[in-house]
Design a protein around this ligand. Structure first.
Ligand SMILES: C[S@@+](CC[C@H](N)C(=O)[O-])C[C@H]1O[C@@H](n2cnc3c(N)ncnc32)[C@H](O)[C@@H]1O
Length: 202
């Protein structure tokens, strides 16, 4: 198979994976969110990524494919983890992508690991906890990216109490980012609302 043919085949397969996730009603990164993420990773010359929230592996495979970076991704749902493992093998990306079956809130990473990007795309109510737990694993010039900050732009007057609470938690996370003394954060109206945080150099 020529390199060009392989590239086309992989892009087709990534698109099929997106359709599969959608048909299973597994929430995944939007097209513009993914484009923004990949451009950001390339701009920062990212070589090692930690992802919180693998789902079926769509964003992990896409990031690995488009940037060539190594990806470590954590998923706590056993069925989704099993699907992600299958997909990573299908794409022959098992050396490039490391999948972990664990709860990212409680698992322990090797303290020597360092990532130049951390992508947080898991339980929205826990974003601040994920940020605090994993920012020590960031390289000095590394970035933390989050998704879903706008939570589908819901109208808080028309949703359940649970959703209202979630929206409040996300607003509080945005305030946390804005007031963080060690990180400078930008919020973007891309995808479902994304942020990029970078450590302020001392
Ligand atoms: C929005 S989906 C991830 C989508 C994926 N990043 C993509 O775009 O292809 C969020 C995932 O985070 C997982 N998750 C939520 N809380 C988690 C936790 N504490 N630890 C690990 N995974 C978690 C959920 O099971 C779900 O599969």
């Amino acid at each position: 198979m020529t390199k060009k043919h392989k590239t086309t085949t992989n892009l087709t397969k990534i698109n099929e994976l997106k359709l599969k996730a959608q048909s299973l009603k597994v929430p995944i990164l939007s097209d513009d969110g993914l484009l923004f993420l990949v451009e950001t990773l390339k701009k920062h010359n990212v070589k090692n990524i930690l992802e919180i929230g693998t789902a079926v592996g769509y964003s992990a495979i896409s990031m690995a494919y488009h940037t060539g970076a190594k990806v470590t991704s954590i998923e706590r749902n056993p069925e989704l983890y099993a699907l992600a493992v299958k997909h990573v093998i299908d794409f022959e990306m098992n050396p490039q992508i490391t999948l972990m079956f664990a709860d990212a809130l409680t698992c322990e990473l090797d303290s020597n690991l360092r990532f130049d990007a951390i992508f947080i795309d898991a339980a929205k109510a826990q974003y601040e906890k994920f940020f605090n737990k994993y920012e020590p694993f960031l390289t000095e010039s590394g970035i933390i990216i989050t998704d879903n900050l706008n939570f589908h732009n819901v109208d808080v007057d028309t949703v359940s109490r649970g959703t209202k609470n979630l929206v409040k938690r996300l607003e509080s996370f945005k305030q946390f980012l804005k007031s963080h003394v060690d990180y400078e954060s930008e919020l973007y109206n891309i995808g479902d609302g994304m942020s990029i945080s970078q450590r302020i150099k001392s």
